[in-house]
Ligand binder design. Structure first.
Ligand code: NAD
Length: 258
């Protein structure tokens, strides 16, 4: 049953990784999809369109509020309305605080946190007017706990959980919900960079670096997949989840249970 038929989902940062997984799952359930992100947008559009729904891509840079506004306007013009907003675009930068480049701090905060403020403020009025909407913020275990050398990422992810709660409270009783998903390790290009850096730094194989990376944080030592996370997002779109409001749900192999 394509329970999202007639609805439109906009997923930021969806040319790769978790966002692309979200786009596939939402399209499989019938939603039209607005993709965003860099890289091979055409390949992502073709892959998602194979589910038989309408797909468009907008290349807005999530560091630029003006480009975000243009994306939201074009999405509405071409698709009708944004019913489901997945704030997923994100980058990582790893460095100790005293050596953390201020330009990298600004970029991480802009992409991982401020972009969600902009998309949310722009999408919310039409959702509340329609009496239905879903805002799903892709946070992280780093929205709940910290790790060394990830100051901007941890600050942004804690921030997006705060934004999730405020949005949820303001949207209460309108038919709109706002929730966060907090993944542990997912083997996407964002994490592959950290695996490669570890392998280089320690002179170990990539497979050993993967094992060490996950094992340092997660009692359960397999990576979560984009497909598993997307099923959580699909559930959040169902009527059964209409009273899930302001939550930060983990899928992290026990990382934050410790
Ligand atoms: P990824 O690198 O595979 O994908 C990131 C996406 O964001 C890409 O589509 C990229 O083009 C896009 N993007 C990057 N900068 C952008 C910008 N300035 N404007 C527009 N788009 C931009 O990464 P991923 O691992 O799939 O990460 C997706 C989200 O999941 C991020 O918010 C990340 O913090 C979060 N997350 C990832 C993990 C993990 O282990 N991979 C864990 C927890 C949370």
């Amino acid at each position: 049953m394509q329970f999202l038929k007639g609805k439109t989902a906009l997923v930021t940062g969806s040319t790769s990784g978790i966002g692309l997984g979200m786009a596939h799952a939402l399209a499989r359930h019938g939603a039209n999809v607005v993709l965003n992100g860099f890289g091979d947008a055409q390949a992502a559009c073709d892959a998602v369109a194979a589910h038989g729904t309408k797909v468009m891509h907008h290349g807005a840079d999530m560091t630029q509020p003006g480009e975000i506004e243009a994306m939201m306007t074009e999405a509405v013009a071409r698709m009708g309305r944004v019913d489901i907003l997945v704030n997923n675009a994100g980058i990582q930068h790893v460095a100790p605080l005293e050596a953390f480049a201020t330009e990298r701090w600004d970029a991480v905060i802009a992409i991982n946190l401020s972009s969600a403020f902009h998309t949310t403020r722009l999408a919310l009025p039409a959702m509340t007017q329609a009496g239905w909407g879903r805002i799903i913020n892709i946070a992280s275990t780093h929205g709940l706990v910290a790790s060394a050398q990830k100051a901007a990422y941890v600050a942004a992810k804690h921030g997006i959980i705060g934004l999730t709660k405020v949005t949820a409270i303001e949207a209460a009783n309108t038919g709109v919900t706002c929730n966060a998903i907090c993944p542990g390790w997912v083997l996407t290009p964002l994490v592959q960079q950290q695996v490669d850096a570890k392998a280089n730094a320690l002179g170990i194989t990539v497979d050993e670096a993967k094992r060490q990376l996950v094992g340092e944080k997660q009692p359960q030592t397999q990576f979560t997949t984009p497909e598993q996370l997307a099923e959580m997002a699909v559930f959040m779109c169902q009527d059964a989840a209409s009273n899930v409001q302001g939550a930060a749900w983990t899928m992290d192999g026990g990382w934050t249970a410790q």
